[in-house]
Design a protein around this ligand. Structure first.
Ligand code: NAD
Length: 293
């Protein structure tokens, strides 16, 4: 019988469906021990699948990540041990795209700020005058599955969509692909949808921020290390950046200095946290595992 370890929390319903594929150990107390006889390891983002962990695995054939990025999986170490790495790339795209729109509306209309003020018994409409989204330019950095969906939804709201993604992917009638400098100079809102790689690390830094419009909004639902935290702090503090909305952080849980600022808004890595996306992640995982084991 296939021995399957699920080492990160998953919906009960998904765990039950995976149980039909083999003998499941859910959230083992000692992963190093449990992995010794396992055929399959299923993770979300918490478990770090390192070469050190894999050294305890003697039979492992599959590492399956419920989600998109493989930044918590040492893919090279898996390949060296002939372990197949699977993920569920499309399952959370719509959930992330909708969160981007939520943050964008909140930033434009000061929704989070208004909520916070009222909870503190402050009724100050003047400080909450917002802006409208229609007619603004959205700069999408990384026009892949999520970026292209954000583009489509934002275009329906009357935004102009420009994107930096060399070479262009998902070309459609909605988007105009431009160079990075042109995007930085023209976008009223910049949303990040690139993977975390050596090239994208600190892509938003003091020199790229200097090229942006004054009063720009920045939304990051991709990965925390794509933005230089100090540069974002300075940009938001000086008012060059009107507001930033962050779902991902250099370290998670995040307790850093951006929390001090009133024009930075936070969600704790909620991009894929919808009932529907969790269901789709489960469906894709079960399908992949049925094919693979
Ligand atoms: P994707 O692979 O479909 O798209 C990424 C795009 O970025 C591709 O089109 C690629 O060509 C482009 N790209 C890569 N390097 C680039 C560079 N240096 N400059 C410009 N473009 C570049 O990925 P996706 O599924 O759309 O996911 C995008 C990001 O969202 C990933 O970082 C992923 O980890 C993150 N994500 C976050 C959550 C969350 O919970 N917040 C959930 C899912 C995905």
């Amino acid at each position: 019988m296939t021995r399957i370890i699920i080492s990160d929390e998953m919906e009960n319903e998904v765990v039950e469906r995976i149980k039909q594929l083999g003998e499941v150990v859910y959230l083992p107390a000692n992963l190093n021990e449990a992995i010794a006889n396992a055929d399959v390891l299923i993770v979300r983002s918490k478990t770090k699948v390192t070469a050190e962990l894999l050294a305890h695995a003697h039979k492992l054939k599959i590492v399956a990540r419920g989600g998109v990025g493989l930044d918590n999986v040492d893919v090279k170490a898996c390949e060296a041990r002939h372990i197949n790495v699977l993920n569920t790339p499309g399952a959370s795209a719509n959930a992330v795209a909708e969160l981007v729109l939520g943050h964008m509306f909140s930033c434009f209309r000061n929704i989070a700020k208004a909520h916070h003020q009222m909870k503190n018994k402050i009724w100050d409409k003047k400080s909450l005058t917002g802006q409208e989204i229609e007619g603004k330019t959205l700069g999408v950095i990384g026009y892949g599955r999520i970026g292209a969906l954000v583009g489509k939804k934002a275009s329906a709201l009357g935004m102009k969509i420009i994107s930096y993604n060399p070479p262009p992917r998902y070309e459609d009638e909605i988007v105009r692909f431009v160079g990075l400098d042109e995007l930085l100079a023209h976008a009223d809102v910049i949303t990040l949808h690139v993977p975390s790689t050596p090239e994208t690390k600190n892509m938003i830094n003091s020199s790229t921020i200097a090229k942006m419009k004054k009063g720009v909004f920045i939304i990051n639902t991709a990965r925390g290390d794509i933005i230089d935290e100090n540069a974002l702090y300075e940009g938001c503090k000086s008012g060059k950046i009107a507001a930033a909305a962050l779902d991902v952080f250099p370290q998670e849980p995040y307790t850093g200095k951006l929390l001090e600022l009133d024009n930075v808004f936070f969600t704790p890595h909620l991009g894929a946290a919808t009932k529907e996306a969790q269901g789709r992640i489960g469906d894709e995982l079960v399908k992949l595992l049925k094919e693979a084991v």
